[in-house]
Design a protein around this ligand. Structure first.
Ligand code: ATP
Length: 340
């Protein structure tokens, strides 16, 4: 019945309706995912962005059939994850935060083993392994034991292995955490190359704002709930055109805050950036930042005006910062320095 449904209707790749997951033990009860609904069309690159403990891993573990939901409906390619987990697993490739390679086997053996698990014929396995190991630049190291690989090489191999059986949905849980920027970039190149090769939906969880920025749509998750879901451009646009960052000496901070709240009202979300700097989105009724900057009280050591990024959206929605951004993440476009 489920298969029939999947074949008959052009449904989304992911359908989640009123999903709730409660972890219960004799000691405590914790709602990790709280009444979440969303759907992801085929071929979309969808990102879940949120701080530690937001419920991202729990959500994707349910999609990957590793955990079962407490309540709600979850379908992958029209197939109910509870009713037909086996069929769902055939369709997905998963790359989890924790490494899952067998480090006593070689790179090639890991690929082979995975292919066999998925019932791929020997001929197809060999061709596929060669193609993917070449893609992640590990073909020359195919016969080396994984135990001799660096962290970046292991991650590359995990990506290759996750793509081995042509998954229609690739689930990536913080795939580039702890990797240097160059390796992160090349991993994304491999994933996008694979995506061009065949239609593949991507579900990503990440802390890296620039990775979420590359997605077609982003859901911002906090405390088990979605607080926003839209394209990165629309999410950022909702804040207005500019975010202002002001650096002031300690003694001027209170009067500056008072000035801003007096000017824009108590709903202005002022974020403490540390090291004497505060930031806030410039309200859309303020025509330009120039007027504001001219009228700021007291000593201002520096003013930075930049376009909003996803972290600002998170702050606006939750009143808290999400994660420190990487150096260079924020697209700064104007900096004024000196006393104003
Ligand atoms: P991170 O970015 O740190 O991986 P996350 O957004 O993926 O965080 P989850 O790992 O899904 O968040 O955790 C959501 C909540 O559920 C957290 O409060 C966490 O402590 C709790 N949790 C996760 N796994 C379990 C478990 N096995 N038993 C009890 N509570 C759990």
């Amino acid at each position: 019945m489920e298969l029939h449904r999947a074949l008959k209707y052009n449904h989304p790749m992911i359908e989640v309706e009123k999903l709730t997951k409660i972890y219960s033990s004799s000691r405590s009860k914790r709602t990790a995912v709280d009444d979440v609904s969303f759907s992801v069309p085929k071929g979309e690159f969808f990102a879940l962005l949120g701080p530690n403990g937001a419920g991202k891993t729990t959500t994707i573990s349910i999609l990957a059939t590793i955990l079962s939901p407490t309540s709600g409906e979850v379908r992958v390619d029209g197939i109910d994850v509870r009713k037909d987990p086996h069929l769902v697993r055939q369709k997905i490739g998963v790359i989890f935060q924790d490494p899952s390679l067998d480090d006593r086997l070689s790179a090639f053996e890991n690929m082979e083993f995975h292919g066999r698990l998925y019932g791929m014929p020997r001929e197809v396995r060999s061709r596929r392994s060669e193609f993917l190991l070449n893609m992640v630049e590990l073909w020359d190291r195919r016969n080396d034991l994984v135990r001799t690989f660096s962290g970046g090489m292991r991650r590359r191999l995990e990506i290759a292995r996750g793509l081995m059986h042509f998954p229609q949905l690739l689930i990536l849980d913080e795939p580039t955490i702890g990797l240097d920027p160059k390796t992160r970039r090349s991993l994304w190149e491999y994933i996008h190359r694979a995506r061009r090769e065949w239609t593949m939906t991507i579900l990503l969880t990440t802390h890296y704002l620039e990775e979420a920025d590359g997605a077609d749509r982003v859901a911002i998750m906090d405390q088990g709930r979605f607080v926003a879901l839209d394209t990165p451009a629309a999410l950022k646009k909702s804040l207005g055109p500019e975010v202002i960052i002001l650096e002031t000496p300690e003694e001027n901070r209170d009067s500056l805050r008072k000035h801003l709240v007096g000017r824009y009202g108590p709903s202005l979300e002022i974020h403490d950036e540390g090291e004497g700097r505060i930031s806030f989105p410039l309200p859309s009724h303020e025509r330009s930042s120039v007027q504001l900057i001219r009228e700021l009280p007291g000593t201002i050591l520096s003013v930075t005006v930049r376009t909003p990024h996803l972290d600002d959206v998170f702050i606006q929605l939750t009143g808290r910062g999400m994660v420190p951004t990487d150096e260079g993440t924020a697209p700064f476009h104007r900096v004024y320095r000196g006393k104003l």
